[in-house]
Ligand binder design. Structure first.
Ligand code: BJ8
Length: 429
C-alpha cells in the first residue's frame, strides 16, 4: 500500500540502552500501520507532508535533537498530563516531551508488575520504561507526574524506581485553598526546573515562553475552527495526528508548520475541497485523551464514512482552548496568571466538574457536529462515571450520543465497528 517507513537509528537507541531488537520490530509495525491508516487517505492537504515527516523522524531525528539539547545543558523533561506547565520548562531553555503511552505493545511489560485492571494509558507508560522500548523515556533527564487519578499517582511511586519521577500535587477541587496549593506547586516546579537547567528563570524568559506556548495553542485553535467548517477541509485522523505531534515537536517550528497548513485549509474551505464527501456525517469525540499511536477509534469512525470535526480531550481542546494573559508583569503575578490558565482545564479528576459538561455541549454546537462519541479508556473511573452527566446533558439537549469504553487491544474492533456504524446510520449516514 505504501513504502512509508519510520526511520531507524540503532546506534543511538543502543547508546540510550533501548532494547534495540524489540524496539526495531515495533518501529516497522508502526510504520506499516501508519501507511495504511494515514497515507491511504485521498486528497489530503499538502501541508500534511511536514507531519508525515515528523512521524518518519519520530525515533531518529527528534531524538537526536533532544540529545543535542542535553549536550548544551538544556534539561529535557517527560510529562504525562496537560496540567504540567510547559511554559516553565521552555522558560528555563528546556524541552518538554509528552510521554503518555498509546500502545498495546508495552502493556505486557507493565502487567508483570502493575495490576491488569487499571487504565491502559498508565500501563503503556510504565511498560515503555520497564521494557526499555521507548527512546524518549531513555533520553529525558527526569519525568514529571501529577496527582490526578489514582492509577497515575500510585504508579509514579513504582516508576520512580526506574527513572527519577518528580510529582506535582494537583488539588481535587478548585476551591481557593486548592488553587493556592496549586500555585505553590507551580513555584516548586519552577525551582526544580531551574535546578535542572542550572539557571534562574527571569521574567523575560517566562514572558517569552508564555508567548511561544500561546502562539502554539492559537495555531491549534485555528486548526480546530477550520475543522468546524462544512465540509471539513481535513480529516479527523489527520487532525488527531497533528494534536499528538504537538506533544513532542519543537514548539516554534510546529506552530509555523501548522499555520502554513491552516493557510492551505482556508483556501480549501473557500474552494469547497474536503477529504470526505460534503454529506459525510459529522461526529465530535469527547473523553479521555488518545496518546500516540492510539488511532483506533478515529480510524473506526472515519472508515465508516463519517468525519470527526472536534476532539474534546486533553489531546484536543483541553490542551489548547485557554491562553495565559500576556499583559501581566512581575514574576509572582505571572505565575498566578499561569496557574489561573491551567485551572481552567476541566479534567474529570476534579470534583465537581460541571464546566466540562457545558464545554462538551458548547463544542458540539461550535463544531456543527451531528452526534457525540464519548470515549473512556477502560478502567478510567473518573471519565467512566462522568459519562452519566454527559449523557444526561445530551438527552436534555436532544444530542445523539454514544459511549465507548475501550483499551488499546484489537479484540473489540469488530464489535465497535458494528456499534459505530449503527450510530452513524442513526445520524443519517
Ligand atoms: S488532565 S485527562 S492528561 S489526567 S485516562 S490516566 S485520568 S485513568 S489521562 Fe489525563 Fe491530565 Fe486529566 Fe488530561 Fe487516569 Fe483516566 Fe487513565 Fe487518564
Amino acid at each position: 500500500m505504501s513504502d512509508f517507513e519510520i526511520k531507524a537509528c540503532p546506534e543511538i537507541w543502543q547508546s540510550l540502552g533501548v532494547d534495540v531488537e524489540r524496539f526495531d520490530k515495533a518501529r516497522r509495525m508502526l510504520g506499516e500501520t501508519y501507511g495504511k491508516i494515514f497515507l491511504s487517505q485521498k486528497n489530503r492537504p499538502q501541508g500534511m507532508a511536514y507531519f508525515d515527516g515528523m512521524i518518519a523522524e519520530l525515533h531518529s531525528g527528534r531524538i537526536k535533537e533532544l540529545l543535542a539539547a542535553k549536550e548544551q545543558g538544556r534539561p529535557v523533561i517527560g510529562t504525562f498530563c496537560v496540567y504540567i506547565p510547559e511554559e516553565i520548562v521552555i522558560a528555563a531553555g528546556g524541552i518538554c516531551v509528552g510521554l503518555c503511552g498509546g500502545s498495546q505493545g508495552s502493556i505486557p511489560d507493565a502487567e508483570k508488575v502493575l495490576p491488569r485492571n487499571i487504565c491502559p494509558m498508565v500501563k503503556s507508560v510504565y511498560g515503555f520504561k520497564a521494557g526499555r522500548i521507548c527512546p524518549y523515556f531513555e533520553a529525558v533527564d527526569f519525568v514529571c507526574g501529577e496527582t490526578t487519578c489514582d492509577a497515575k499517582k500510585k504508579t509514579w511511586e513504582l516508576l520512580d524506581r526506574l527513572i527519577p519521577t518528580y510529582v506535582m500535587e494537583i488539588p481535587q477541587c478548585k476551591k481557593p485553598r486548592g488553587i493556592a496549593l496549586w500555585l505553590d506547586e507551580v513555584k516548586a516546579f519552577k525551582t526544580k526546573v531551574e535546578e535542572a537547567a542550572g539557571k534562574a528563570i527571569t521574567e523575560a524568559d517566562l514572558a517569552a515562553a508564555i508567548k511561544v506556548m500561546n502562539n502554539k495553542r492559537k495555531a491549534l485553535q485555528r486548526l480546530n475552527s477550520l475543522r468546524h467548517c462544512k465540509p471539513s477541509p481535513i480529516s479527523g485522523k489527520d487532525s488527531l495526528l497533528i494534536e499528538q505531534i504537538a506533544f513532542y515537536d519543537e514548539p516554534i517550528r510546529f506552530t509555523k508548520q501548522l499555520n502554513i497548513l491552516c493557510d492551505e485549509l482556508e483556501q480549501r474551505v473557500q474552494a469547497g475541497i474536503a477529504v470526505v464527501p460534503a454529506n459525510a456525517v459529522r461526529v465530535m469525540m469527547a473523553g479521555t485523551p488518545m496518546a500516540l499511536p492510539n488511532w483506533k477509534i478515529h480510524n473506526i469512525v472515519e472508515s465508516a464514512g463519517a468525519v470527526i470535526v472536534n476532539d474534546e480531550s486533553c489531546i484536543g481542546t483541553r490542551y489548547f482552548k485557554d491562553l495565559i494573559d500576556e499583559s501581566v508583569t512581575g514574576m509572582d503575578k505571572m505565575l498566578a496568571a499561569l496557574t489561573d490558565r491551567y485551572k481552567n482545564i476541566d479534567c474529570s479528576c476534579f470534583t465537581p466538574n460541571n464546566e466540562r459538561v457545558s464545554q462538551v455541549i458548547k463544542e458540539f454546537r461550535d463544531s456543527q457536529a451531528q452526534g457525540i462519541i464519548n470515549c473512556s479508556l477502560q478502567f478510567c473511573h473518573t471519565y467512566n462515571i462522568e459519562e452519566v452527566k454527559i449523557r444526561e446533558a445530551c438527552e436534555q439537549e436532544g444530542i445523539p450520543c454514544m459511549f465507548i469504553e475501550s483499551d488499546y487491544s484489537q479484540e473489540d474492533v469488530g464489535q465497535l465497528r458494528t456499534r459505530v456504524e449503527a450510530f452513524i446510520e442513526q445520524l443519517g449516514g
